[in-house]
Design a protein around this ligand. Structure first.
Ligand SMILES: [Zn+2]
Length: 246
């Protein structure tokens, strides 16, 4: 129950953040490549004490299946080529064409998908996490207590697959809140039904929370390529299960 409460608190706060940023960026969501490419490499968290990280399994032999979660941090050797979209978001170039196809098709069929989050730099995640720690310390928490509190609101740097460049948060323009209500929008229902055709999977399904360690997120999509996405879709497993039982 406690974990559940913590999850709900975190989601509400993230929802507000994304809602605000979504409003700022509204109207600029059409996907067009405008920039060059940027190369990034993953880095280990600066401080892993108490973070729950137990193992770095590295880059998967099939890179698109590389697992990043609380137990498996960003591989230190990870590299990808980023493509910048015209709304300022960046994604791994390997996902770009399929993403473009998915968004074009959805819009042609009358839906209104909007990408509100994609690649995040490790530095951004570190900054967000450290800002959160400072806010708790100002309230009188000790360093250790502040870290624990901060981790309830912001992902520990190095444990969010957004740092890979292969994860996207996609919402409906009509409802930009990262809440379970996303699953009721026609846009989200279309994405959940068809994303595998374009190489994406719904990464944190409702019935896999105990395996992924993440609460249901009917807006977070992960690119794994069309063959793997179809296999995952047809077998009904989550990425952790798929990678473990290949
Ligand atoms: Zn996400």
């Amino acid at each position: 129950m406690r974990a559940h409460r913590i999850y709900k608190k975190r989601r509400r706060r993230n929802s507000l953040r994304y809602f605000v940023s979504g409003m700022v960026l509204a109207g600029a969501a059409i996907l067009v490549v405008i920039g060059g490419t940027v190369f990034v490499s993953g880095k280990r968290p600066k401080d892993e004490k108490g973070s729950g990280i137990s193992e770095n399994i590295g880059v998967d032999s099939d890179e698109l299946l590389t697992l990043v979660n609380a137990e498996h941090p960003m591989p230190s050797e990870w590299q990808c080529e980023l493509v910048q979209l015209n709304n300022g978001q960046n994604i791994d170039s390997r996902a770009y064409e399929d993403l473009q196809q998915m968004m074009d098709t959805a819009r042609a069929e009358g839906y209104d998908p909007y990408i509100c989050s994609s690649w995040r730099s490790h530095e951004t995640q570190v900054r967000l996490f450290e800002e959160e720690i400072q806010s708790y310390k100002k309230q009188g928490y000790s360093e250790r207590e502040a870290e624990v509190q901060a981790a309830q609101w912001v992902a520990v740097p190095g444990t969010s697959e957004h740092e890979l460049g292969l994860a996207l948060d996609i919402v409906s323009v009509e409802n930009q809140r990262l809440e379970e209500s996303q699953e009721n929008t026609p846009t989200q229902q279309w994405l959940m039904e068809h994303c595998y055709e374009y190489g994406f999977i719904l990464r944190y399904p409702k019935d896999k929370e105990d395996i992924t360690g993440i609460g249901y997120e009917p807006w977070h999509y992960r690119y794994v390529g069309q063959d793997h996405a179809r296999a995952i879709h047809e077998s009904g497993v989550c990425l952790e299960e798929y990678v473990a039982h290949r």
